[in-house]
Design a protein around this ligand. Structure first.
Ligand code: ZN
Length: 249
């Protein structure tokens, strides 16, 4: 950078490319926020399952609102990350931005508008579908939930993949389940941890047909799966005729 352009930049208080790197670094911190939001989603889901069991429809409805608010928050943080990166790119490619808040708010608003104008933002979301499916399964343990969108026939119908509540590695009930945030496959914590330890810290996902790898960082404690196992085991003890699988997505 020449002296002229440096003094010019200092004079105009424009953001410099090295500061653009700072914008990118800020966005790296958002992974902690996403983890906290995921924890919140799990908490709300388990609480909603309890209230559904007690037939407290009002409380389930309130938790539905809470869940959607968490989705909005998740979207907002995601948009902030995208906005920062878009601005960093513009500054890196030489654009001189004096007041960062003006383009920041423009870009951010366009992302927010896109989200708010999308009527299917919740129903089309896998996470929201899973939330509703978990509530639905309280009173319909072995059934696939009807489509969330009454106007649609089948394009967002839940998949009918059978998810086992048993660990694919031990074949026993899932214990302290952890789910990969890369492929959504779930294992008992001790079993996958042992496998990782034997394999130098990284293994191909043991589920046939899955092409993702498992690393310790991608494994997230899955309170919802733990709750489903607890309920399924209780049902199992009640019913003499046992079945360890049920249809869910
Ligand atoms: Zn997998």
């Amino acid at each position: 950078m020449t002296d002229t352009s440096l003094s010019e930049l200092q004079h105009e208080f424009c953001l410099k490319p090295n500061q653009a790197e700072g914008l990118r670094i800020i966005t790296n911190d958002s992974s902690n926020i996403f983890e906290a939001i995921e924890k919140g989603r799990q908490f709300v889901t388990v609480a909603a399952m309890d209230q559904e069991e007690l037939n407290n429809k009002d409380k389930v409805a309130t938790m539905d609102v809470n869940f959607k608010e968490l989705m909005d928050l998740d979207n907002r943080v995601r948009n902030q990350t995208l906005t920062m990166r878009a601005l960093a790119d513009r500054i890196m490619s030489g654009e001189k931005i004096k007041d960062i808040m003006v383009p920041y708010e423009q870009v951010q608003k366009s992302f927010e508008d896109e989200w708010n104008n999308n009527e299917k933002r919740y129903n089309a979301s896998e996470k929201y579908s899973a939330f509703r499916q978990n509530i639905w399964n309280i009173h319909h343990p072995d059934e696939i939930m009807p489509s969330l969108d009454e106007n649609e026939d089948d394009d967002i119908v839940m998949g009918s993949t059978k998810i086992s509540l048993r660990c694919p590695l031990t074949t026993a009930w899932l214990q302290d389940p952890v789910t990969s945030n890369l492929c959504k496959h779930t294992f008992s914590r001790a079993a996958i941890t042992d496998l990782l330890r034997q394999s130098g810290g990284s293994v191909p996902c043991p589920i046939p047909g899955c092409n993702k790898r498992i690393i310790p960082l991608c494994l997230i404690a899955d309170d919802i799966m733990a709750e489903r196992v607890r309920r399924a085991r209780a049902r199992d003890e009640q019913n003499a005729s046992t079945s360890q699988y049920f249809d869910v997505e």
